[in-house]
Design a protein. Sequence first.
Length: 446
Amino acid sequence: MPANRPVNVDGLQKAAVKYDPVLRHLPVFMLMEAIRTLHLNVRQIDMKQVLTHVRRHSGGTGPYRPGMDITYKNDLIGYEHSELTVAETVFKTKDNVHNYDDVDVQYLGGKPVDDVTKRHPLEFQILQAMVKTHAEDIMFALFHGERNEEGSTALTAFDGFGCQIDALFSDGKVSAARGNYAPTGAFTYPESETDYSAYENLCDFIGGAHPMLRSNIGGNPLLYVTETVLIAVRAALRNKLRLLEYPSMQQTIEHLREDSLCPGLQIITHIALGQGHRVMMMKDGLLDFGWNTQKASQFIQVRNPFEDPNDVQFWLQAAYGTRLQDWHEKVFRINDQTNECLNLAGDYAATGAVTVTIEGPAGAKWYLDGFSRRRQSGQYLLGLTPGNYTIKFEAVDGYVTPADITISVTAGADVSKTAAYEPTGGGGSGAPEGDGSPEDDPEPGA
């Protein structure tokens, strides 16, 4: 380890000021793909912006004849407010100037630390990496964030759309009585060839929406849905149509449009939505993303060193928030399910994976409790958030189904398990349809 050498923090501060105008706009630039796909409105605001909605009450029209008693409709109009508030957010890290060897520094375009410059060798690269990772953090908090000033992760930095909608539930503004809520249950993967409930449930959810929401009047209707749901719905449609091959996703969407009487429906799916069975239907343009990188005099800063004179603190400060503009049944509808965040920010593994080797009938499959997709022996399930899970197995005629297996998933690690189907002695091969080939498992991915 080289001897400690003082760092010219004043020089680093000047460098941060130089890079600040460029990097200040990088978060939204990095988020543009998600912003476009999710049809978000980007609002740069100071602290708060309020929309006021005028609600008209019906019931004032009726018959008239001379001399009749007249009753009057009171409170013809009411008001509801939708607020977009940004919350201060910070990304902070410290880095030692001797954390990198000369080869890495030169490869990244930096300059080795020496007694002449006494500056961090990768100051701009660190600031740039901070902004990129920060943008990814914000993307995954868009729908799953919940502000907690005592928290320590991106998901506690500001309130995401899910938190905003939960508040509307609590206030009674989203409910079955108001027509903007409809329970569907989970969209589970079909358990048999005659199971097409996932497709019918989604058709009922879309088709039961207000006619104004299903029409193109006032904007196209958008359906926000995870890949989890789309995979189950596509498989259920195959059963419903009694097809030998799986319909394409475009064919599935066309059937949804026709069967739910919603010809202009657009399907919106993105990793920021997470994984789960929540579906939201709304008019285009209802989701606002507020941001403010002017909260501090400098968006990015390099701060005074710590006790070790070679430690340098890097600091990024901004403010973010989300808003659902309106929740009236004419423009919005949601079901009773929730999604789990898929946090894939950064380059180091933050998730785990699991695979199961099955001994027994060809084509027998396993799955994780709460997940729709069935997997064959040796296939992997990737991108699992660390935590405890239960492996389950499909029943096969003529065999005893293996017992459930409880596993613990950790970041960056694979979990491998083995399970065996034992014959019951009842005769017959008991093998499920299919020969275990990839064609028998239609879902994309691992």
